[in-house]
Design a protein around this ligand. Structure first.
Ligand code: HEM
Length: 214
């Protein structure tokens, strides 16, 4: 899917070893050495915080909507989740305790990210480590950007009159940053795994972050 959330600063992705389960994990295996800067102005951060105050009450629901829509639009993503990959009925999937728990974990991560908008090094560390753990979950980066796109769609009807193109743009920028940083963590972990535990990417999370300029 072409996605508004992908963008410059992120390396495109060719070949990655094929998974046993038949997932198409074709991606480039390289350390994206240049960290994605967090392009958020102070007014944009305020928009994210204000809209999160509204969304916060509904995070369990938003999380489930995001993932059910992800599986509707990209059914191949479901194969990554051994807990519910065999559930084909989307209504049944919505009721799945595992899906609900996972969706809540993802939304809690978004909550943590919103709380760290002014602590960009901490935010980067969080997202980088999450990307590393997603290598272990065998969840490839090309899927991450779908989450942001689905999140933006899911929150519009909840935010109602509080949703504006500016709010959308602010969330888009945050997801772009998070997914790019996760992607870097994923490839770093992949290289580390492929080199017997020694990371060929010497950069640590947080090192080289571009401070918020806008
Ligand atoms: C912006 C995108 C995403 C975020 C923020 C995110 C966040 C998380 C979080 C917070 C966890 C809990 C475990 C941990 O902290 O390490 C998790 C686990 C996991 N994620 Fe993601 N995730 C994203 C995208 C995806 C996608 C697209 C897939 C699959 C297609 C995926 C597959 C998994 C799996 C398999 C687990 C482990 C099982 C579980 O916790 O239920 N994630 N994710």
């Amino acid at each position: 899917m072409g996605c508004a959330l992908s963008g410059p600063g992120v390396t495109p992705e060719p070949t990655f070893s094929k998974e046993k389960r038949g997932l198409d994990l074709s991606e480039e295996t390289e350390c994206a050495e240049t960290p994605e800067p967090l392009h958020l102005s102070e007014p944009q951060k305020a928009l994210i915080r204000e809209s999160w105050k509204i969304l916060h009450k509904d995070i369990a629901r938003v999380g489930v909507i995001v993932f059910v829509r992800l599986f509707e639009t990209h059914p191949e993503c479901k194969d990554v989740f051994f807990q519910f990959r065999d559930i084909d009925d989307l209504q049944q999937l919505k009721m799945s305790k595992e899906l609900q728990a996972h969706s809540l974990r993802v939304m809690s991560f978004i909550e943590k990210s919103v709380a760290r908008l002014d602590q960009v090094e901490k935010l980067e560390h969080l997202a980088f480590e999450l990307g590393r753990s997603h290598f272990r979950y065998k969840a490839p980066p090309k899927y991450y950007e779908y989450i942001g796109a689905q999140f933006i769609q899911a929150v519009q009807p909840i935010l109602k009159e509080h949703w504006t193109p500016e709010v959308e743009k602010a969330w888009e920028s945050l997801f772009k940053y998070l997914t790019a940083t996760m992607r870097r963590g994923f490839y770093t972990e992949e290289k580390t795994a492929g080199s017997g535990g020694k990371s060929p990417c010497s950069r640590k999370a947080g090192a080289g972050s571009t401070p918020n300029k806008i």
